[in-house]
Design a protein around this ligand. Structure first.
Ligand code: BG6
Length: 514
């Protein structure tokens, strides 16, 4: 189910507009990537652009301009993109598709403080508008550290690139981190919004581009089955887990001093919470969808006292499968005294009729037991069970699990009679798997999001208000952690610090072991 504003789609008169299987193809446009030599561009953005081109979803004259301080020629830039595509693309490498894309590639050397470079960029976009029919429609992808946002936005404004000629559009795409607390996020938003109006700003939270995350809306609002129990009357608590098995080798520059809560909870996990907890939007158009998410985030708060309702940790040495791995402080580039957390958990509640009193436990960590992202709605136990205790000794609470990744799907766990002459009841699983039900594989999140930017469909992009509300939820916890010493160490390959287990145990609950 595409979450999109169907009414805003360009309609191809040769096609039946009611056929939602038809691909959405972007209209005339070009994209400039700042930071094109960076890790994100190489691993994700360039392969995604190629995959879109290969799937025939980009317009014929699509133009990609790389901006970087390197003194590259056009062929050198092409060779760099080709290597990134060959390594990272999900679709096969096809010479024809590549040649079509490469024909529209340009390189603009320069630094962010170089007025002349931005003037050259402006001239290049005009040339492309004439030669390739990009029609003045440009997306500017700021794949650069936030410290560079103000400078690049200022230069785009100065060079006349931020203002669209009549009938055209200009959009800016920004990547997290969207600040490191509420105050810095506000000032970042002000900086961006002083150049680009909010409806031209596309903030990437790549989790929203994941098929299974969009499926939360499909499951909740296309069915009658789930919604009747989706509230405090039936749900005991919700667990939102994003666990990773990888460590942080090579990412010190970004991660040290940021930590798991800012890196993941502020954005991905609070967005998942918003989608799980929100009311039904009137439509999936950006205004309606975001209004519902904003209502939830506004009503959400971190539960206190934080020494009992939160946990944080840092991975020490241990085993990841059969591989012996080092602890964070021995990872290349990390300060051996680093207090950056690699595991964070907190408790959020929502002041609404639907959710009052239901804790949402959010946790994320690096070097955990395995890579998995899931949302588990754990039910209350039935008020009465006409069984003897020993007959239900192996029966846990009913659970609905939305598996975001891997093995995307939905699992329902409930009690069933064990075959035999006695009335013994045990938990069983009913499992829907994407892979078994659909033959086409899901597009990569960045493909979906880049295409949506070009189409001007903003539903899957968080607004400045959402970003600020998320910091408002997280800031008190970060303040508390700042004054509470070192994070507890947990051995790599385990499920985090013991304080995380204690946090749930004292409420008579346990974390799922996915
Ligand atoms: C990013 C975080 O946003 O998401 C990374 O900065 C994390 O630390 C990544 O590894 C995980 O993304 P995915 O799509 O692999 O779950």
């Amino acid at each position: 189910m595409p979450v999109s504003d169907d009414a805003a789609r360009p309609v191809n008169p040769l096609r039946d507009p009611s056929d939602t299987r038809l691909p959405r193809i972007a209209g005339a446009a070009g994209m400039v990537i700042f930071g094109v030599t960076g890790d994100l561009a190489r691993r994700k953005l360039l392969p995604a652009v190629y995959d879109l081109a290969h799937r025939g979803l980009l317009p014929a004259g699509f133009t990609l301009i790389g901006f970087s301080r390197r003194e590259w020629t056009k062929p050198e830039f092409e060779a760099y993109v080709r290597e990134a595509v060959e390594k990272g693309a999900r679709t096969d490498f096809d010479e024809n598709a590549w040649r079509r894309l490469a024909a529209g590639m340009q390189f603009c050397p320069g630094t962010f403080d170089d007025d002349a470079a931005f003037d050259r960029l402006a001239a290049l976009t005009e040339e492309m508008d004439r030669d390739r029919g990009t029609r003045g429609n440009w997306a500017f992808y700021l794949s650069v550290p936030p410290a560079g946002f103000a400078q690049v936005c200022g230069q785009l404004k100065r060079a006349g690139l931020a203002d669209a000629p009549p009938g055209s559009w200009r959009r800016v795409i920004v990547e997290k981190p969207f600040g490191h607390d509420l105050e810095s996020a506000r000032s970042l938003n002000q900086t961006i919004n002083s150049v680009f109006p909010e409806d031209s700003v596309f903030r990437i939270d790549h989790y929203l581009g994941k098929e299974t995350v969009q499926n939360i809306l499909a499951v909740r609002f296309a069915n009658q089955l789930f919604e009747p129990f989706w509230d405090a009357r039936y749900i005991d608590h919700v667990q939102i887990t994003m666990a990773e098995d990888i460590g942080l080798g090579g990412r010190a520059g970004y991660y040290d001093g940021i930590g798991a809560a800012r890196d993941v909870i502020q954005n991905h996990l609070l967005q998942l919470l918003a989608l799980v907890a929100m009311e039904e939007p009137v439509t999936f158009d950006p205004v309606q969808l975001r209004a519902e998410k904003i209502k939830v985030l506004r009503a959400a708060f971190p539960v206190e006292p934080f020494d009992r309702t939160t946990a944080r940790g840092q991975y020490g040495p241990g085993w990841q499968g059969s591989e012996e791995v080092v602890g964070l402080r021995s990872e290349e580039g990390f300060d051996p005294e680093s207090t950056t957390e690699t595991f964070a958990a907190l408790t959020v509640e929502i002041s609404s009729r639907r959710w009052a009193g239901v804790p949402f436990y959010l946790r994320t960590g690096k070097r955990l037991g395995r890579r998995v992202t899931e949302i588990a709605l754990v039910f209350k136990m039935p008020p009465h069970q006409p069984f003897r205790d020993e007959q239900t000794a192996s029966l846990g609470p009913n659970t609905v699990v939305i598996r975001v990744q891997p093995d995307e799907g939905i699992l329902m766990r409930f009690g069933s009679k064990v075959p035999g002459s006695s009335m013994e009841v045990r938990d069983v699983n009913m499992d829907f798997s994407y892979a078994e039900n659909f033959t086409s594989d899901s597009p990569e999140a960045y493909e979906r999001l880049i295409l949506d930017v070009l189409l001007g469909q903003a539903s899957l992009f968080p607004t400045n208000t959402e970003v600020e509300l998320s910091w408002q939820i997280l800031d008190p916890v970060l303040d508390f952690w700042r004054s509470s010493g070192r994070p507890e160490t947990y051995p790599a390959g385990t499920w985090g610090p013991s304080s995380a287990d204690a946090m749930l145990q004292r409420e008579g609950r346990t974390w799922r072991r996915p």
